[in-house]
Design a protein around this ligand. Structure first.
Ligand SMILES: [Zn+2]
Ligand SMILES: [Zn+2]
Length: 343
């Protein structure tokens, strides 16, 4: 079968590999839809990910498909079942898991290989994080489960309440999902970001206020577009120390900030201690997802309340994938690209 394998920095190859036999508890999934992701772009640029993968290896982590084979001992699943799997599963037994913070599991098992004709789902993911789709749910919708689950956790941890004014910094897929989801929860969202096409899409999705950052800085752009605006909560979805710092200056006294965007390794952020103290700010960060938010994300996607069509803005074949990453690297305006590995 044909798969994409990452060999190192900016070195993604489409290769033919042998199917491996299934072990107890595993299932094989024919991948019908895979989605590109900002995390994959970061890993492609860097050539590795300390926790998620070590090249040469299969690549991609957002996918949905159909079970084509079940391993020994599998009783809950059958060939033909339409499914989505998370890209990880927690152990369930370590202190973090017992606290209900499974995203911090000391032994989180990661799965990569969305960009390929099929993928073996490890026993633990089959047991903890494999979900069945409703007959009416299409694969490309289901493949959004993982990124949406991260956003669900991020907004839960930011404690967004109905009526809150939320500022989302960043117009990538995560930023627009966060703004839309905050509004679904009854908040009023302002999104600030770059890229005419993405901002137009954000407006079409019904985000209350969309601010074009242009070439300026976030703080100036927000203050000039909305003079005197106060934000109860700020969701940072860029992942740069300067936008992390700007978030602390844009939230109201007593407000909450979620530094959701992961910054480059070994960077630090400088914040005004007086501001944090006298404004009693709550600053936090969120990482990844939990089995609960994976289920919540699929429920949301299947409920039909989200503008899913706007989130997947391009389509490509598996053979075109290396070129898709080149385009993402040079700042392509697509939010997410759908890859159909089986043509
Ligand atoms: Zn992702
Ligand atoms: Zn654990």
């Amino acid at each position: 079968m044909k798969v994409a394998r990452l060999h190192g920095q900016r070195d993604l190859r489409i290769e033919e590999v042998e199917d491996v036999p299934l072990q107890a508890g595993e299932v094989r999934v024919n991948i019908e839809a895979a989605l590109t992701c900002g995390t994959d772009l970061k890993v492609w640029r860097r050539g590795y990910h300390a926790r998620m993968l070590t090249p040469p290896c299969r690549f991609g982590h957002e996918f949905a498909g159909r079970i084509s084979e079940v391993g020994p001992g599998v009783t809950d699943w059958s060939v033909g079942d339409r499914v989505v799997a998370a890209n990880s599963a927690p152990c369930g037994g370590c202190p973090a898991c017992r606290r209900g913070q499974e995203q911090l599991c000391a032994d989180l098992l990661f799965l990569n290989g969305a960009y390929g004709e099929s993928l073996v789902i490890p026993e633990r993911i089959v047991r903890r994080n494999l979900l069945r789709l409703k007959p009416t749910t299409d694969f490309r919708t289901a493949a959004l489960t993982e990124p949406l689950a991260c956003v669900v956790l991020g907004l839960d941890e930011l404690q967004v309440n109905p009526g809150d004014r939320v500022l989302v910094i960043g117009s990538g897929p995560i930023g627009v999902m966060a703004a839309v989801l905050a509004q679904v929860g009854g908040a009023e969202a302002t999104l600030v970001g770059r890229g005419a096409e993405r901002l137009t899409a954000a407006r079409r999705m019904g985000i209350s206020q969309v601010i074009d950052l242009g070439t300026g800085d976030v703080e100036t752009a927000v203050r000039s577009a909305e003079p005197g605006a106060t934000f109860d909560a700020v969701f940072e979805a860029v992942g740069k120390p300067e936008t992390w710092a700007a978030a602390t200056r844009l939230v109201r006294p007593g407000g909450r900030v979620n530094w959701f965007g992961g910054c480059p390794a070994n960077t630090t952020v400088t914040v005004d201690t007086g501001l944090i103290h006298y404004s009693s700010l709550t600053l936090r960060a969120s990482f990844h997802h939990t089995p609960r938010t994976i289920r919540r994300a699929l429920d949301l996607l299947e409920s039909g309340v989200l503008p899913i069509a706007e989130w997947v803005t391009a389509e490509a074949s598996l053979d075109e994938l290396p070129a898709v990453f080149q385009r993402m690297d040079s700042g392509s305006s697509a939010l997410k690209t759908l890859i159909r590995p089986r043509g």
